[in-house]
Write a protein that binds this ligand. Structure first.
Ligand SMILES: NC(=O)c1ccc[n+]([C@@H]2O[C@H](COP(=O)([O-])OP(=O)(O)OC[C@H]3O[C@@H](n4cnc5c(N)ncnc54)[C@H](OP(=O)(O)O)[C@@H]3O)[C@@H](O)[C@H]2O)c1
Length: 292
């Protein structure tokens, strides 16, 4: 079967070009640029790379970035105070707390301390909870509320690649707050029939084989094998794992699985760049809301 490789670098460059124009207009109208604060705690090398990439992307589209690197020894209260200060800072329109946090720190109360209207990653309970409110995608997108960047990146990838979701069976592998759960709600808003699978799902391969659209977000290198994929399925790989031979790999055994799919995302170069594009999108939307 000929498969389409869904190129996240290309698509995200298109989206960033749209955002750059919008940011230029916003800055002209208001006299200041949208601003994103990034909080990075500890020395996880992958997190450092992701945040450096996010800061570079801000620069690329004209968003001001305010970076706060903190040592792994930073306390919960130091972080909370910083977040509260940034909530009040008029130059900061969006706040991103890079996850995961080092051991000993609890991300939930910190994510909850971010002002929902400065919530760059859409992970505040108000924003996550609102995903249950909307009847359809149009309501979801027009709300102006920040949508979780990674699942939103997946949706943009599918929509801009003209992949139909309505009426199709989407299987989401993984049920995290960061990816799996908001992913399922967004697919549902686009009228897919959605199944969520996790580590306790019985006969996971059979459940995956039911998928017209399979989204893998489990953090297990090359876990999804051809025997778990229906012929002609669309496979989206959210996973970002250290490959046994070095470098990055996804949750899908890309080379083997691609032969069975009609479309598939690579790692790297798939959902990663789409996530960053959605972060810029959220920053701009939040700045617009705060300026209104
Ligand atoms: N591309 C990006 O920008 C981006 C952004 C965020 C995350 N990611 C990547 O996406 C992956 C998932 O991230 P996450 O934050 O959602 O991870 P997470 O919080 O660790 O959640 C993993 C989920 O996968 C499930 N799972 C783990 N092993 C499984 C198995 N063998 N079979 C079935 N389900 C299994 C877990 O099930 P239980 O709930 O039952 O434990 C859990 O629901 C990671 O590789 C991460 O690096 C990429």
């Amino acid at each position: 079967m000929t498969t389409r490789i869904l190129d996240g670098r290309l698509l995200s460059a298109e989206i960033r070009a749209e955002i750059r124009k919008d940011v230029e207009q916003f800055t002209k109208n208001t006299g200041y640029p949208p601003g994103l604060a990034t909080l990075l705690v500890g020395d996880n090398p992958a997190s450092h790379t992701y945040v450096a990439n996010k800061i570079k992307s801000c620069k690329d589209v004209g968003v001001a970035s305010f970076h706060y690197p903190l040592p792994a020894s930073a306390s919960q209260s130091t972080l909370k105070e910083l977040i509260e200060r940034l909530n009040r800072d008029p130059n900061v329109h969006a706040i991103l707390l890079q996850l995961p946090l080092p051991g000993g720190l609890d991300s939930t109360p910190l994510l909850n301390a971010i002002d929902p209207w400065k919530d760059a990653d859409g992970l505040h309970p108000v924003n996550l909870g609102s995903l249950f409110e909307y009847k359809n995608w149009r309501e979801m997108i027009e709300s102006g509320q920040p949508l979780s960047c990674t699942p939103h990146g997946v949706i943009q990838m599918l929509r801009r690649s003209n992949i139909q979701m309505a009426g199709r069976h989407a299987v989401v592998l993984g049920r995290s707050k960061l990816v799996g759960k908001p992913m399922a709600m967004m697919l549902l808003a686009l009228d897919a029939t959605v199944t969520i699978c996790h580590s306790r799902t019985q006969d996971l391969p059979a459940a995956c084989r039911e998928a017209d659209i399979l989204v893998a977000a489990i953090g297990q290198p090359r876990f999804v094998k051809p025997s778990m994929v229906k012929e002609g399925a669309v496979v989206v790989d959210v996973g970002m794992n250290r490959a046994p031979e070095g470098g990055l790999c996804g949750d899908v055994d890309f080379e083997a699985v691609k032969l069975k799919t009609s479309a598939i995302t690579p790692v790297p170069g798939g959902i990663g760049p789409m996530t960053v594009a959605m972060l810029l999108h959220n920053t701009l939307q939040l700045a617009k809301k705060q300026a209104a």
